[in-house]
Design a protein around this ligand. Structure first.
Ligand code: ADP
Ligand code: MG
Length: 396
């Protein structure tokens, strides 16, 4: 499933006195005008500090969320402020548009300046992996470092495009992620339990197929579970569901049966008329009110999933099991977290942007074997044993 992987790393690269473009993952969780969680930013600080100690000048690239156009809401200005707090000896400068910026800004960059390019998804060329655009980015530096592990499954210009033009290396976070996930899979002991929830059903569904070959139990929650339950004929009212997934689900169920992998779905839910309600009521799966939404897993589901988690020797988890943005509906997800942390004899791997935000401030984080910044990237790496970002670095 995963072979040992060799990628050129920062430690091997011995980068000194260079202009270094770093693709970081500053895709932190922002609510309104405040930062709700900056774990991802903190996780990339070791790479930045190491490069700075070696007298490199840094040009940082990140995306934030999914902007459809250039707007204030998706600006990196809050990120720049937060980074400034972590690196007080340096001057963080947010570059509004690197294409029209006075070239002097880049030529005269002082060793104490850190240039942070504005949200790279403001440029439509980024998602299209436009080679001309990647070339223009690459001209800003001498060396490229990829530290955004959570983006490594995306073929975008600032991830896989720039390495075509520059000597490129994996950053410390990137390397740590690959090492930890590889270790988890090569050493994995049975029973292996994977929990998959969250909202991005159509992105994650194809990954479940492969997971049925790896796991003994596949526990589903969130939008994915809803979509499975509707396929099985249950009426889920107004719950989060993705259409046109029947063929994919059919394939997964057949494959799971062949592999003798058990798929576990919720049996009861907390339902509410809106995600923003103050409270909800418990309903079994066959009695969800037609105008309600299933916003969290119910107590019976928690208990039975908890028992399965307690029996695991390896646990892989991505995706919240409820609408965690509302505290009233984050209890199911909290419960799963505590059940995983309480299992002392399992190797546990937890990943995903929203999953991280859900657990970031909890106790017992040290009981989790590896907390990955990647959700989709972690799952795709488990499935394929490689990622576009890894291959882009290996090409050199
Ligand atoms: P991750 O970032 O950890 O990979 P996703 O991005 O796939 O996870 O999904 C996270 C989102 O899923 C959260 O915003 C959460 O509110 C939402 N979610 C999970 N379960 C439900 C549910 N039952 N109803 C509505 N939203 C849900
Ligand atoms: Mg997410």
């Amino acid at each position: 499933m995963i072979k040992s992987i060799h990628i050129p790393t920062l430690k091997e690269g011995k980068i000194k006195n260079k202009r270094v473009i770093v693709r970081v993952d500053f895709d932190i969780s922002i609510r309104g005008h405040t930062i709700a969680d900056d774990t991802r930013l903190q996780n990339t600080l070791p790479t930045l500090k190491m490069l700075l100690q070696n007298h490199n000048r840094l040009i940082l690239i990140s995306k934030l969320n999914r902007p459809v156009k250039r707007d204030k809401e998706h600006s990196l200005y809050l990120v720049a402020q937060r980074l400034q707090q972590y690196l007080p000896k340096y001057q963080i400068k947010l570059i509004n548009d690197f294409l029209t910026e006075n070239p002097e800004t880049f030529h005269n960059q002082k060793p104490n300046d850190i240039l942070l390019l504005e949200n790279i998804r403001f440029y439509p060329e980024e998602k299209k992996n436009d080679p001309e655009f990647a070339k223009k980015l690459s001209l800003l530096g001498d060396v490229f470092v990829l530290d955004a592990f959570a983006m490594a499954h995306r073929e975008e210009a600032s991830v896989v495009g720039i390495p075509k033009f520059l000597p490129s290396f994996a950053g410390l976070l990137f390397e740590k992620e690959i090492t930890a996930i590889t270790h988890c899979l090569t050493e994995a002991k049975h029973p292996i339990i994977t929990l998959i929830g969250g909202a991005k059903t159509s992105t994650k569904l194809p990954l479940l197929y492969k997971l049925t070959e790896i796991a003994d139990y596949l526990i589903l929650g969130g939008g994915i579970a809803n979509t499975f339950l509707r396929y099985q004929g249950f009426n889920l009212g107004k719950s989060l569901i993705e259409d046109n997934q029947d063929d994919e689900i059919h394939k997964i169920l057949l494959h799971a049966k062949k592999q003798n992998t058990r798929i576990i779905l919720p049996r009861d839910f907390i339902c509410a008329s809106q995600e923003t309600d103050n409270r909800g009521d418990v309903f079994p799966i066959n009695h969800i009110p037609p105008d309600d939404k299933a916003v969290d897993i119910g107590p019976e589901t928690q208990a039975s999933m908890g028992v399965t988690i307690a029996s695991a020797r390896t646990i892989i988890w991505n995706g919240p099991f409820g609408y965690i943005e509302n505290q009233a509906f984050s209890r199911g997800t909290d419960f799963l977290y505590y059940a995983i942390a309480a299992n002392d004899h399992a190797y546990s791997l937890i990943g995903g942007g929203d999953t991280l935000a859900a657990i970031a401030k909890k106790e017992y984080l040290s009981k989790i074997s590896h907390i990955s910044t990647g959700g989709g990237a972690m799952l795709e790496f488990i499935e394929k044993g490689t990622l576009p970002g890894i291959e882009a670095l290996q090409k050199k």
